[in-house]
Design a protein around this ligand. Structure first.
Ligand code: UDX
Length: 452
């Protein structure tokens, strides 16, 4: 039992309940690491966040966020006395818990680059000379990684390694971390669960004070606690992302058919989503998925399945459909403007989804490349990644195409845009624009999977 007894025994001081405050080290200050660090500090733990990126740590130490994420800045400022940032792993000595939240990029063949993860494991091993520590892996890593970590740490019985996958969405990172639907943990040593329960107790019991700018969502109760073995926890993460990605690709395939038979995919999605077994979420047809998780995790799952002899054919098909959506969008634009060569196209929305500044695997970049390959001149706008005057960009444009459904685009005044344009084509890649406003301005709107 020695390996999972704790160093700290202090009580939370902010009225968050009778839970024990732990000393928590978070390794990696990306979306996952920083959201965990901020949320765990907010619920009463004492947090030290380490990253090898000196610039990032300097910014954070000065109270500045290195990326855009709603509420993170306000939380960071409010937690100055409970969270610290460092580039020196020695500062983590004596922590009860260390969380691994570093990047695990995927190579083209679907295998993962785990160099950052292994270097953290080595740093943590070097620290565990006298006091026990629970090492929690939150980085999405191939199934079996936690068991490999356990093997690497065999000669360091003071450290116990477990899995606790992260399900947060960018743009909702803090909301999802403070008010999750479920917390999944994977322990191969059942005794580690008690430490995990202590760590997550304020979130499981919802005993922490709500941040005024991020109140508990209406109707929200408490998260489910799912405790399983480490491989099942790791597979749960991949399966969740693959399922959601597949759901989107499914509705995108139906959207393609809807266009051919004169149906409206938004009505179809509504009609099937009302069946609770299906559910309405993740049935928005359009340009499909991008970002830092779905593309990488589906690729890794397909690669693992192939390697292990269990082909992930459904997930593979979801990936192909997702790529095809982008090509289909460019073909549609080509048909609408009568050939792309020499045409000017304005793309609205660059980030992979609204509410983030993240351009990783953003459909906009792929689409812009295809358009340029076909000889089009491309202008791009994004409220966060590339703000600018849309009317000026629209000057002499043959078409305007919505790629990312930032709310600001649904409220555009289309009359001055129409006056600036040469053509009259608007292609809505997310079925999010206001058809009346566009038609009133004399423009012609086409969507995805809808016949207009
Ligand atoms: C996703 C998962 O939701 C989250 O649980 C996991 O931890 C990380 O991966 P995220 O990548 O932040 O989160 O974005 P999400 O909001 O899930 O959207 C993913 C992509 O799907 C976006 O590109 C979005 O535009 C697209 N999408 C989403 C659709 O095309 N249609 C939909 O109905 C929903």
């Amino acid at each position: 039992m020695q390996a999972i007894e704790l160093n700290s025994g202090t009580r939370l001081s902010d009225g968050a309940g009778a839970e024990t405050a732990l000393s928590v080290a978070v390794c990696g200050a990306g979306y996952v690491g920083l959201s965990s660090a901020l949320a765990l500090a907010h619920v009463g733990h004492s947090v030290t966040c380490v990253d090898v990126d000196k610039k990032k740590i300097a910014k954070l130490s000065a109270g500045e966020l290195p990326f855009y994420e709603p509420h993170a800045q306000a939380l960071l400022v409010s937690l100055a006395d409970r969270i610290s940032f460092t580039t020196d792993f020695a500062d983590l000595r004596g922590s009860d818990v260390a969380i691994i939240a570093v990047g695990t990029p995927t190579f083209e063949d679907g295998t993962s680059d785990l160099s950052a993860l292994w270097s953290v494991v080595e740093e943590i091993r070097a620290l565990a000379d006298s006091s026990p520590m629970l090492l929690i892996n939150k980085s999405t890593a191939p199934i079996g990684s936690v068991r490999k970590i356990q093997q690497k740490l065999r000669s360091t019985p003071l450290i116990t390694a477990v899995s606790s996958p992260e399900f947060l969405r960018q743009g909702f990172a803090l909301r999802d971390t403070l008010y999750p639907e479920r917390i999944v943990v994977g322990c191969d040593d059942a005794r580690a669960e008690s430490v995990l329960r202590k760590l997550y107790a304020p979130i499981v019991d919802q005993s922490f004070p709500e941040p005024p700018f991020l109140p508990r969502p209406n109707g929200y109760d408490k998260p489910a606690w799912v405790c399983t073995d480490s491989a099942s926890a790791e597979l749960t993460k991949y399966a969740a992302n693959a399922f959601l990605a597949t759901k989107i690709s499914f509705i995108n395939e139906i959207a393609e058919l809807a266009e051919l038979v004169g149906a409206d995919v938004t009505d179809v999605a509504h009609g099937i989503g009302l069946d609770r077994r299906i559910g309405n979420d993740f049935l928005m047809a359009g340009l499909g998925w991008g970002g830092s998780c779905f593309p990488k995790d589906t690729l890794a799952l397909v690669a693992s399945g192939r390697r292990l002899g269990a082909p992930m054919e459904i997930v593979g098909a979801a990936r192909s459909t997702n790529q095809r959506q982008r090509e289909r969008f460019v073909r549609k634009l080509n048909d609408l403007v009568g050939g792309l060569d020499g045409k000017k196209i304005v793309l609205l929305g660059m980030t992979f989804k609204p509410g983030t500044d993240d351009l990783r695997d953003a459909p906009s970049l792929h689409i812009a490349r295809l358009l340029i390959d076909f000889g089009a001149e491309v202008e791009m706008h994004d409220p966060v990644a590339r703000p600018g005057d849309i009317i000026a960009l629209a000057k002499n444009a043959d078409a305007i195409a919505l790629v990312t459904e930032w709310p600001v685009y649904s409220e555009l005044d289309w009359r001055p845009i129409a006056s600036a344009m040469r053509g009259n084509v608007v292609l809505d890649g997310r079925n999010a624009l206001d058809i009346n406003a566009i038609q009133d301005a004399g423009l012609h709107l086409t969507g995805m999977g809808v016949t207009r």
